[in-house]
Design a protein around this ligand. Structure first.
Ligand code: GLN
Length: 484
């Protein structure tokens, strides 16, 4: 059962080949058997999942089922889930049980999906390797000594190991695409505003966007159908019709103009990863696409701009964790100041504290203009680069990450090197554009991801372009050894 796509699972459920309860139990059994190696889950919601599965079975029997009814999915532990702990992989929220559901969670519940558990991640989604989690590092199923990428590393690892067919993720600077690439699965980060952020714990509000991680473009299209759409509870969500993302998957891509930014193929890119991306581009040529060399001249600014904007926003967002209302509180505080200081000092991990300090510094009087305002201006230039590029091409392609999965511990002492692992993904968040990562081969037995970037609200085209490639390749069907 665990090798089936979402569409196949939906058909199996409708044909009564298996029930949702059986499917859910099989997923729970795989988690029990394999997650000791991976650490991809923070919380497994066995009892509520089985209750949801029984409800789904009743719905299936009544003939009122939708495409996701009865299918188990995992939620990144950044989404508030009523009654099930939401920790954001932080000691700060280790004891937090949300009184309400994030809109994304509610939408999947309404679609009849079974919420099997909450996936591990970097603390407050700050990281590129899933090593900053309070609950320990996640392992990459392709090499248990390597990182799965981050921050949605748990979601990527559990989907890659086929513990669940699909999971949610969030992407502030690459956190869906980079782990999808490093774990050999398909991930989509939609346009900023396409999916509600309500109930999704905020990291950097102008960059955060929720998306889907699954085995194929078709599966992520089914996931996006359930999660996209306007939400009056999120003032940055956009009122725009949601197309059926599965409807255009089979469109012909003859004549598609693919832009290759020369800045994405330069120094810092692993030679073998580059070769795999070039092979993928060759496949697209065979499918009738036209290749255009383009330039995104301000690309080199994206990492420095991001590391001013994201910490600035996180320093204000995380000020709410004060030990007073919810979350971790230190023992025996002497007075209010001691309560604040020790609750935050003990509740947050090192990377989160580093970001809060950088952000507070960049926003402080006298430095605001020099850092934050300057970064906002450069952010505009980065967006303009894309605007010009999309006058010439339909999609932009390149590597998702500069290398394959690195070893656990290899970059954790060197934040700058770690930050550079998002060098190709960050600019799309700064511009608010949608992006995908699609499996495109292996380098030394580790997966390589092809990134596809689209224009605003062009998710349907991205999924179509990815699906056409997956029709002629089988990289996305490979399962890591030991997890077959
Ligand atoms: N790796 C980037 C960071 O550490 C992006 C994280 C994300 O997209 N949530 O901030």
């Amino acid at each position: 059962m665990h090798t089936k796509s979402l569409a196949e699972l939906a058909e199996g459920l409708r044909n009564k080949d298996f029930s949702s309860e059986e499917l859910t139990r099989s997923s729970l059994a795989r988690i029990k058997q394999y997650d000791i190696q991976l650490n991809s889950f923070i919380t497994v919601a066995e009892a509520p999942a089985l209750a949801q599965a029984r409800q789904a079975d009743a719905q299936l029997a009544s003939g009122k089922a939708g495409p996701l009814t009865g299918i188990p999915i995992a939620q990144k532990d950044i989404f508030c889930t009523e009654g099930v702990r939401t920790s954001c992989a932080s000691k700060m929220l280790d004891n937090f049980i949300s009184p309400y559901n994030a809109t994304v969670v509610q939408k999947y519940n309404d679609a009849g999906a079974v919420m099997i558990g909450k996936t591990n991640m970097d603390e407050f989604a700050m990281g590129s390797s899933n090593e900053t989690s309070f609950y320990g590092a996640v392992k990459n199923p392709w090499d248990l000594e390597a990182v799965p990428g981050g921050s949605s590393g748990g979601s990527a690892a559990c989907v890659a190991a086929r513990l669940v067919p699909a999971a949610t993720g969030t992407d502030t600077g690459g956190s869906i695409r980079q782990p999808a690439a490093l774990c050999g699965i398909t991930g989509i980060k939609p346009t900023y505003g396409r999916v509600s952020r309500y109930g999704m714990i905020a990291f950097a509000s102008s960059l955060d966007q929720a998306g889907a991680m699954a085995g194929s473009a078709e599966d992520t299209a089914m996931m996006l159908n359930a999660m996209a759409g306007f939400d009056p509870k999120d003032s940055t969500s956009i009122e725009k019709d949601v197309p059926d993302y599965t409807a255009s998957l089979n469109n012909d891509i003859k004549g598609l103009k693919i832009g290759l930014p020369k800045e994405y193929f330069g120094e810092g890119l692993d030679a073998d990863v580059a070769a795999k991306i070039e092979q993928a581009i060759e496949e697209y040529k065979k499918l009738g696409a036209e290749i255009v060399e383009i330039s995104l001249p301000n690309s080199s600014l994206s990492v420095p701009v991001y590391y001013v904007v994201a910490p600035a926003e996180c320093s204000t967002n995380l000020s709410r964790f004060d030990g007073v209302r919810y979350g971790y509180r230190c023992e025996d505080p002497e007075d209010l100041e001691d309560l604040y200081k020790r609750s935050r000092g003990e509740g947050f991990g090192a990377e989160v504290k580093r970001r809060i300090m950088i952000g507070t510094y960049a926003l402080s009087a006298g430095y605001y203009d020099a850092y934050y305002l300057k970064a906002q201006k450069l952010r505009r230039l980065i967006s303009e680069d894309f605007k010009q590029a999309f006058e010439k091409v339909d999609v932009i392609m390149g590597p998702t990450a500069p290398s394959t999965a690195f070893k656990i511990g290899e970059k954790s002492d060197d934040p700058i090197t770690m930050y550079l692992s998002d060098i190709y993904t960050i600019a799309t968040n700064l511009a608010g554009l949608p992006g995908m990562s699609v499996p495109a081969g292996f380098s030394n037995s580790l997966p390589v991801g092809l990134q596809i970037i689209g224009n605003y609200f062009d998710e349907a085209r991205l999924l179509n372009v990815a699906h056409q490639y997956q029709n002629v390749t089988d990289w996305h069907r490979q399962i890591p050894k030991g997890f077959e």
